[in-house]
Write a protein that binds this ligand. Structure first.
Ligand code: ATP
Length: 407
């Protein structure tokens, strides 16, 4: 990469917000090293996302810290030392302070949700604080919520605000993928493979709940990669009695044809109707257990179990693809900062290219992608059409082509 000098030494703040995702550390490392080595810039790391900024404002406004003390602490406690000081929420970073992060999961600066940031009064204080620190650009790394917070800040200040999509949910409009998605998919696929081995031994149905907030992307995509029989996502409506009966009947047909187990992936955002106390995976698993217990013959012995993958999906070392993606985002962020146009927006990967998208893209694109994936998974997971395993007709093949063509 060619080093490009910016007109003046820039001060750039960086924060990680929302839920963590694997690859955030790799992004932080690349961003800080590029800033120090190629762009001769100062990089301020903010701990715990927007919360670190709000906490700093509160300390200053309640008098726990004077402005002078705040600024001299920042000078005295730089790099690794400042990171280890629990009472310090912002710290100037250097190349050394991001050592060892290339393949470490989580995020070394911490990451949090911050309800205060929804209120303009807190955001105004944050804007004043960043002005006092002479910050030129703010880089926010996180999911859809984090980028909405970034959009608000950009609207309400003169700052250049850049959003970097980093979320396992892959629910950020405008970009094809985000930092952490590939690793989470690999984790889920590995888990599904383990569950399928034990389910096959015990002639069981496994219903697995996949984290992903209101998005069915992870469940849908991992179903395709791992070979799950059925996938239930929020994009396809509520999980009501009719849908559960349909699933039970489909699993029953599979078992009658000799299948020893079935894997069903349910996205956590699926709403059970009528509302149940349990999550969607447990509700469906209980329904299936009851359905099979009422059958006669060998199918009567089929059990159904559920498991929630939860935060397991967020942890672990990032995949190679996520590490590379994180580095690409870092390069792209510095290109925008050094261009000196002060234009903000979301860095997005589209058709293999990094671009700066304006804030506030619609979610319509996401929904179209999900539908084509649904069709593909549906066709690929079907072993037999009709009675014969070889009876795959022309219309079915046409359906698969449609699914590919739409992508
Ligand atoms: P993940 O995808 O991992 O859930 P996320 O970034 O979508 O990450 P959220 O909890 O939705 O996680 O948002 C993170 C934080 O961003 C919120 O706690 C809040 O501080 C800020 N935020 C979200 N939406 C807004 C908004 N509309 N206005 C201002 N700030 C917001």
């Amino acid at each position: 990469m060619k080093a490009r000098q910016v007109n003046k030494r820039k001060n750039v703040a960086i924060l990680f917000s929302g839920g963590d995702s694997p690859g955030m550390n790799a992004f932080a490392r690349a961003f800080v090293r590029l800033g120090c080595n190629c762009y001769d810039s100062n990089i301020l790391g903010v701990k715990d996302g927007y919360l670190g900024l709000v906490r700093s404002c509160q300390k200053l406004s309640c008098g726990a810290l004077t402005s002078e003390d705040f600024e001299s602490l920042l000078i005295d406690r730089r790099g690794q030392f400042g990171i280890s000081c629990l009472d310090q929420d912002v710290v100037w970073l250097d190349g050394e302070s991001v050592s060892g992060l290339a393949r470490r999961g989580g995020i070394f600066l911490g990451c949090a949700r911050c309800p205060e940031f929804f209120k303009s009064v807190f955001r105004r204080e944050v804007v004043n604080l960043l002005a006092k620190l002479r910050i030129d650009s703010l880089v926010t790394c996180g999911g859809e919520g984090t980028l909405q917070g970034a959009q608000q800040l950009a609207r309400e200040s003169q700052l250049q605000v850049l959003g970097v999509p980093a979320t396992i949910d892959n629910d950020t409009p405008g970009t094809e993928t985000a930092i952490g998605v590939d690793t989470a998919l690999n984790t889920i696929v590995e888990a599904v493979s383990r569950f399928s081995h034990t389910a096959d031994s015990h002639h069981r149905i496994m219903v697995l709940e996949i984290m992903g907030r209101n998005s069915g992307y992870l469940a849908q995509t991992s179903a395709l990669a791992a070979g799950a029989e059925i996938v239930v996502t929020p994009e396809r409506g509520n999980l009501d009695e009719a849908k559960m009966r349909g699933i039970a009947e489909r699993v029953e047909r599979l078992m009658l044809k000799g299948r020893r187990h079935a894997i069903i992936l349910v996205a956590e955002g699926v709403q059970v109707s009528p509302v149940a106390d349990a999550g969607p995976a447990k509700a469906l698993s209980d329904y299936l257990a009851a359905h099979f217990s009422h059958l006669r013959g060998p199918l009567n012995r089929i059990e159904s179990r559920h498991s929630v993958l939860g935060h397991l999906q967020r942890g672990g070392a990032p995949s190679v693809a996520d590490c590379i993606l994180a580095n690409q985002f870092a390069v792209s962020a510095w290109e925008e900062i050094s261009a000196n146009h002060q234009k903000g927006g979301i860095l997005a990967l589209t058709h293999g290219r990094m671009r700066l998208q304006p804030f506030g893209r619609s979610r319509r694109d996401l929904i179209r992608d999900r539908r084509s994936q649904y069709l593909l998974q549906k066709h690929v997971s079907k072993r037999w059409r009709g009675d014969s395993p070889h009876d795959i007709g022309q219309s079915e093949r046409g359906g698969i082509q449609v699914a590919f063509a739409k992508r």
